[in-house]
Design a protein around this ligand. Sequence first.
Ligand code: FEO
Length: 403
Amino acid sequence: MYKPIEVTENIFYVGVNDRTKHLFESLWPLPQGVSYNSYIIRDEKTVLVDTVDICYSDLFMRKIRSLLGDQPIDYLVVNHMEPDHSGSIELLVSKYPDIQIVGNKRSIEMLKGFYGITDNLFEVKDRDEVSLGKFTLQFYMTPMVHWPETMMTYVKETKTLFTGDAFGTFGTIDGGVLDSQLSPERYRDEMIRYYSNIVGKFGSPVQTALKKLSNVKIDAICSTHGPVWTIQENIADVIALYDRLSRYEAERGLVIAYGSMYGHTEELAEIIATEAAGNGVKNIVMHNVSKSHESDILRDAFKYKGLIIGSPTYNNKLYPAVDGLVSALQNRGLKNRYFGYFGSFTWADATARQFEAFAGAMEFELVAEPVIMKQAMLADVVEKARNLGRVMAEKLTSDRGES
Ligand code: FEO
């Protein structure tokens, strides 16, 4: 039997860890796994907040039974319908046929669409309240954080906010569920990777949600992925991180991402990096796109203010993995970056026009003359590469952002 894990007064954790899946959404690596969090609120009415991925339904049901025994569940609150959280709803309804499912107009449509559920539905709107006895639930609609139906649920009396994906992170919960029981630093980079990979496209809706919640006093953040945040300093930290990332603000640092077939483009990358470091940039991350996963490059592109991308010409286009990266950055609408680019070709360059179009579409500040090499590293190309590294360093070190 599972020992109940009380995260705050009468609110219990019944989530699960996934250390099996290699790729989240079949896309994003999970070197430290991921958790699917679910919670039970015990009052005169008993409430389950979100469910878990269908792969873990059995374990999930056992955890619920360990806590509740034969006691019924009155409400299931569905903050988010993506299947990593809604995947166990069908099984839950079969075990608890009288349960009322609380959602908004969009989630109720999706319950019908995904699972054919049309009965025992309880529709709520923005700021509606439901009394559980001692506790009151209040609902905040937060569309597009991360899907159109996403909402958050607030327990007014304990100031506990169930946030769906928001403030979530990759990484399993290894023992302690609360931030006070673990080292939050472990999750910092994984939270940025989670944000940039999964939610990064939705900066504006995240800003809208943060503004809506700005006057809500929060003593616990219960996300659907990762630890429960209960220490005020940590709560302020994760909210500030989301605020910064969703405004596309970045730390002082430089990402150099490049593709290279035979090492020529890579040589340019090394020259640029050495020059940037020699001129005071300490945080430099270099990614060979053929080895680094796009997931990590996106994380660092969201993290750092400087971005330089390099590519050989390949079939009259960018190198395929660079093309993929550029498309992923464009898809997420990354903004406010100092940008530079470099390329190499043998008989006809295609990189300059593609990078130029990319920089224009993203409204990036192009900091220096592009560096384009034909066949071999001549002295003028070396000088241009050094210039790019130097000017980028000047931009970054004079920037008033975080160091
Ligand atoms: Fe964790 Fe958008 O689902």
